[in-house]
Ligand binder design. Structure first.
Ligand code: SGN
Ligand code: CA
Length: 543
C-alpha cells in the first residue's frame, strides 16, 4: 500500500512537469516560452517548394520544416502584395484597418505590432532582410533591413546602430549570415527570442548567385497547362492585367538580354524601364561578379540572337517561360541553402526543440499559369501562399492541415504561443488549436481585398470571399464586374460562372456572406472610396 502511494505521488510530480493536460497542452511547454524563428521570402510561389510539389525544384531544407512539422495546403493572404502583406502579418489587422493598403503609402508606425508586444513581454527581438515599409520597424532590439526592394548584388542595409551600410556579396547569403551571426553572437540565454529572417529573393528581377545560375541556366522546366490562356472565360480584370510573360516582361531586367543586343536586333523595349532594369541589377555587380556572370549568360545571349527572331509567337512564349524559371528557381535554390544553414545552426546550438520555425512568403506568385508572372489577384496562385511550421512537442511531425488559414493569423498565433496577451482589435485567429490537430469550429470563409490600381501590372481593385468550394469577387473602380469560380470543378479558374443560372443560389448566398464578412471585418464602401481618393491625390500613376 505504501509502495502504491509512493508510485502515485511520483506520477503526479512527473505529470506536473511534463504530462499532457486535457486540452493537449504540455505543462513544460507552458513554463518555458518558445523562441520564434519567422522565415519569409518574397514572392515565393508554393508551386516552387517540393513539400507542395516537386515538378519544378527540390527544396530539401524548406521541406524539412514540413517533415518535422506541419504543411498548410490552403494558407492564403488578405491582399496579395508585398508591403501590405507584411503590415497584415505584423499588425494582425486587414489592410483597410492598418492603413497599408498598397506598396506606396508608408506604414503607419502608430499601429501596434506583435514584435512590439513580444519585446515588452521579455522577448529579445531581431529582424534581418526585407521589410519594404518605407520606415524602420518598431519593437526590435536589432535590425538590418534592405531599403525599399533591396538589391540582389552588393546590397545596402539600414541598420539600427550603424546607419546605412553597404555589404559586398549576394543578398540571400548576406541575410543568412546576419541571421546566424546574431544567433551566435547577440542572442541572450536568459530570454526567448523572436528572429525575423526575411529574404528578398525570389522577387523580380530574379538574380541567382553564381553557384546556382551556372546550373539553372541549362535546365528545362515543365510548362503549366494554362501558359497560353486567352482569358476568354473571365472578365476585364484578367484581360487587361499587364503581367503576361510574352508581352509585359522586360528584356534587360527580366530576361537578362542587354539593351544593346535588343537594339542590334531591332526588338523594341517592352517597358520604359528596360534599360534602367539592367543598370540597377546586373549593373551593380563588381567587375569580377560581372565577369563570372558573363561567362555563363553570354552563350545564352548568343543563342538568343541566333534563334529568337526566327521563332513563332508560341515558341517565343516558351522561351520566355524557360528563361524566367531558370532565374526564378535559381534564386530559390539560394534561399533553400540559407534555410538549411539556419536550421543546422539551431540544431548545433541545441535550440531546435524549443523554437517555433515558420516558413512562409508575403504572397504567392504566377509561374506562367495563365501566361502570367507577378501576383495581386484573388485567383489561387497569388492568393495562396506557402506555410510550413515546426514546433517540436506541439506539432506532430509530418502533419498536414487543409484549413483556410491567413497571414492575418500569424500575429495572434505567435502571441498565443508566447503566452502574451492578444489585443482585441487583432482580426486573425490563433492557429494553436490547428497545430494540435483540432480543426473543429475554425473559419470556413476568408475575406480578401486588393487596392493598388492603376499601377504597375494593372490589376484592378477587387474584394471577395473564398470558401472551400467557391470564390466570389467584385472588381470595382473603373469596372463593376462580379466573378464566381467553382473551385472543385474548375481548379484552374478558367470560367467565370457568375451569370450561369445553375449557380444562382450560390451567388445569392455568397453575396450575402461577403456582405457579412465586410461588416465583421469593418470594411465598407466608404472606406473603399476613402482609399481611392487618397490614392488619386498622390497622382502617382500617369498612364
Ligand atoms: C516592382 C516590380 C513589380 C512588382 C512590384 C511589387 N517591378 O515594381 O513587378 O509587382 O515591385 O512587388 S521591378 O521591375 O521593379 O522588379 S512587391 O513584392 O514589392 O509587392
Ligand atoms: Ca512580394
Amino acid at each position: 500500500m505504501a509502495d502504491f502511494r509512493f508510485i502515485l505521488l511520483l506520477m503526479t510530480i512527473l505529470c506536473a512537469t511534463s504530462c499532457k493536460t486535457s486540452d493537449g497542452d504540455s505543462s513544460s511547454a507552458k513554463a518555458e516560452r518558445p523562441n520564434i524563428l519567422f522565415i519569409m521570402s518574397d514572392d515565393h510561389a508554393y508551386q516552387a517548394i517540393s513539400a507542395y510539389s516537386d515538378h519544378l525544384i527540390q527544396t530539401p531544407h524548406i521541406d524539412r520544416i514540413a517533415k518535422e512539422g506541419m504543411l498548410f495546403t490552403n494558407a492564403c493572404v488578405t491582399n496579395s502584395i508585398c508591403a501590405p502583406s507584411r503590415a497584415v502579418i505584423l499588425s494582425g489587422k486587414h489592410s483597410h484597418l492598418n492603413g497599408k493598403i498598397d506598396n506606396i503609402f508608408p506604414f503607419d508606425t502608430t499601429q501596434i505590432t506583435f514584435p512590439q508586444i513580444l519585446q515588452s513581454s521579455g522577448y529579445q527581438t531581431a529582424m534581418f532582410g526585407k521589410l519594404h515599409f518605407g520606415n524602420n520597424p518598431k519593437g526590435f532590439d536589432q535590425f538590418k533591413i534592405l531599403p525599399g526592394q533591396g538589391w540582389y548584388y552588393n546590397p545596402d542595409f539600414n541598420t539600427k546602430y550603424d546607419g546605412r551600410i553597404n555589404v559586398e556579396g549576394y543578398t540571400s547569403d548576406i541575410i543568412t549570415d546576419m541571421t546566424i551571426d546574431w544567433l551566435r553572437e547577440e542572442r541572450k540565454d536568459d530570454s526567448p527570442f523572436l528572429l525575423m529572417y526575411l529574404h528578398k529573393a525570389p522577387h523580380r528581377e530574379w538574380l541567382p548567385p553564381k553557384r546556382h545560375y551556372t546550373e539553372y541556366i541549362n535546365k528545362t522546366f515543365p510548362e503549366p497547362e494554362t501558359l497560353f490562356d486567352d482569358y476568354e472565360g473571365r472578365g476585364k480584370a484578367a484581360k487587361e492585367a499587364e503581367m503576361n510573360l510574352l508581352t509585359h516582361m522586360n528584356w534587360a531586367g527580366d530576361s537578362k538580354i542587354p539593351p544593346e543586343v535588343m537594339k542590334e536586333l531591332g526588338i523594341p523595349e517592352t517597358a520604359k524601364w528596360d534599360h534602367a532594369a539592367y543598370t540597377r541589377t546586373i549593373g551593380r555587380m563588381t567587375d569580377s561578379q560581372k565577369a563570372d556572370w558573363d561567362k555563363i549568360y553570354n552563350p545564352m545571349i548568343e543563342d538568343f540572337k541566333k534563334n529568337y527572331p526566327q521563332m513563332s509567337q508560341k515558341e517565343q512564349m516558351k522561351w520566355r517561360y524557360q528563361r524566367y524559371m531558370q532565374d526564378y528557381l535559381g534564386s530559390i535554390a539560394a534561399v533553400d541553402d540559407g534555410v538549411g544553414e539556419v536550421l543546422d545552426y539551431l540544431d548545433e546550438a541545441g535550440l531546435s526543440d524549443n523554437t517555433i520555425v515558420v516558413y512562409t512568403s508575403d504572397q504567392g506568385f504566377y509561374l506562367g499559369e495563365h501566361g502570367w508572372f507577378d501576383k495581386r489577384f484573388i485567383y489561387d496562385e497569388s492568393f495562396k501562399t506557402p506555410l510550413l511550421v515546426r514546433w517540436p512537442g506541439v506539432i506532430e511531425p509530418g502533419a498536414v492541415n487543409t484549413q483556410m488559414v491567413q497571414n492575418l493569423d500569424f500575429a495572434p498565433t505567435l502571441l498565443d504561443a508566447a503566452q502574451a496577451t492578444i489585443p482585441d482589435d487583432m482580426q486573425g485567429e490563433s492557429l494553436l488549436p490547428l497545430f494540435k490537430g483540432k480543426t473543429e469550429g475554425f473559419r470556413d470563409a476568408v475575406y480578401y481585398h486588393y487596392y493598388e490600381y492603376p499601377s504597375v501590372h494593372m490589376v484592378k481593385r477587387h474584394y471577395g470571399i473564398v470558401t472551400e468550394d467557391y470564390k466570389l469577387a467584385h472588381f470595382y473602380y473603373d469596372v463593376d464586374e462580379w466573378e464566381l469560380y467553382d473551385r472543385k470543378n474548375d481548379k484552374q479558374e478558367m470560367k467565370n460562372v457568375y451569370d450561369d443560372p445553375a449557380y444562382a443560389e450560390v451567388v445569392k448566398k455568397l453575396t450575402a456572406d461577403l456582405a457579412d464578412l465586410r461588416v465583421k471585418y469593418k470594411d465598407s464602401p466608404e472606406l473603399d472610396q476613402m482609399y481611392i481618393d487618397k490614392y488619386n491625390d498622390l497622382k502617382r500613376w500617369d498612364k
